[in-house]
Design a protein around this ligand. Structure first.
Ligand code: NAD
Length: 300
């Protein structure tokens, strides 16, 4: 039997509808500021997509497109201004940055309450302490996708292939907070197949096309394909593939497609995080209780 395909767009739409409803209950519509440095084509396209989606769901958004030669001091000065501006609820600095700017210095400079990417060390620490405030978008989007499809996380064996700060590590924390038994595999893992076959929930986030093959998957497992790899066919046409081989659909119980699986969840979660950031700031200013977010794992 073929796996149930978990398409991202309808789930992303549900997450966005929830975020828009919460935004409408705030005194002012949340405002997301995106900062891009240079003209890397992928960054230009990602930023355009994020800003367009923010507009579609009714969030205010501003894009600062800075020249490639921007110095670290200039970028930090802009972040300082945005941190102090009460009208700005979320700040996202699109990565990667040009070589003259230290990524860590920039991520540390963003006010943790406006850190909609969830990369500030304070937010990373809170996540691992089981008290997540703002969590990285791709992992949080995956948790929403699993919850939406009723995938049992508590007690499940979860294996993540990939240990990046962007995906693997924060996802491990979220799954752990949601009571899964978590294993993180990576490029130095021995006998990867033996590890992945243990998984009730298998997440592939390695950036290797077709890395996960059918014999590496437990029959009936839920397989989440995070990979986005551009490959060129023998006809010379470029297209996107994931880290999971298409034949895994014959073994898995549920499977996310690439494209159209986790990708749309990431952008939706960014906007949900912007609303969450605005809620946090409003709660601090007016001393009100925070609304629940519904994110799995928050009360671990
Ligand atoms: P990364 O390069 O920072 O990390 C890759 C990780 O995979 C590393 O920890 C490495 O140890 C591990 N790895 C690499 N080769 C491996 C192998 N052969 N066996 C086992 N482990 C291996 O990448 P990243 O930023 O975490 O992104 C991973 C993939 O997810 C990329 O394809 C990226 O484009 C994609 N991605 C997708 C989204 C989305 O929204 N869908 C978001 C972020 C990243």
């Amino acid at each position: 039997m073929k796996a149930q395909i978990l398409a991202g767009p309808p789930v992303a739409a549900a997450l966005l509808a929830d975020a828009a409803a919460r935004a409408s209950r705030l005194p002012a519509l949340p405002h997301l500021v995106i900062v891009r440095v240079g003209d890397d084509p992928a960054s230009v396209s990602y930023v355009r997509g994020k800003a367009r989606k923010a507009g579609e769901v009714g969030l205010r958004n501003t894009v600062h497109a800075l020249p490639e030669a921007t110095s670290q001091a200039e970028l930090l000065a802009l972040i300082d201004t945005l941190n102090r501006d009460d009208d700005v609820n979320g700040i996202l600095v699109q990565l990667p940055l040009p070589a003259q700017i230290a990524e860590a210095a920039v991520l540390h400079a963003i006010d943790p309450r406006k850190d909609v990417d969830g990369f500030h060390p304070l937010n990373v620490g809170e996540l691992w302490a089981g008290r997540p405030a703002l969590t990285p978008c791709t992992p949080a989007g995956i948790m929403y996708l699993l919850a939406h499809h009723g995938v049992q996380v508590a007690g499940a064996r979860a294996v993540i292939v990939g240990r990046s700060h962007l995906v693997g590590r924060p996802l491990a924390a979220l799954l752990l907070n949601a009571d899964a038994t978590v294993t993180v595999a990576h490029s130095r893992t021995c006998d990867l197949g033996a590890v992945t076959r243990e998984a009730d929930i298998l997440i592939a986030a390695a950036g290797c096309p077709g890395l996960i093959t059918p014999e590496m998957v437990k029959p009936g497992a839920t397989v989440i394909d995070v990979g986005i790899n551009r490959v060129v066919s023998i006809e010379g046409k470029g297209h996107l593939v994931g880290d999971v081989h298409p034949d895994v659909a014959d073994v898995a119980g549920m499977l996310t497609p690439v494209p159209g699986g986790v990708g749309p969840m990431t952008v939706a979660q960014l906007l949900a995080n912007t609303v969450r950031a605005a809620e946090l700031q409003h709660a601090v200013r007016s001393d009100v209780a925070l609304p629940e977010t519904g994110v799995v794992g928050e009360l671990a």
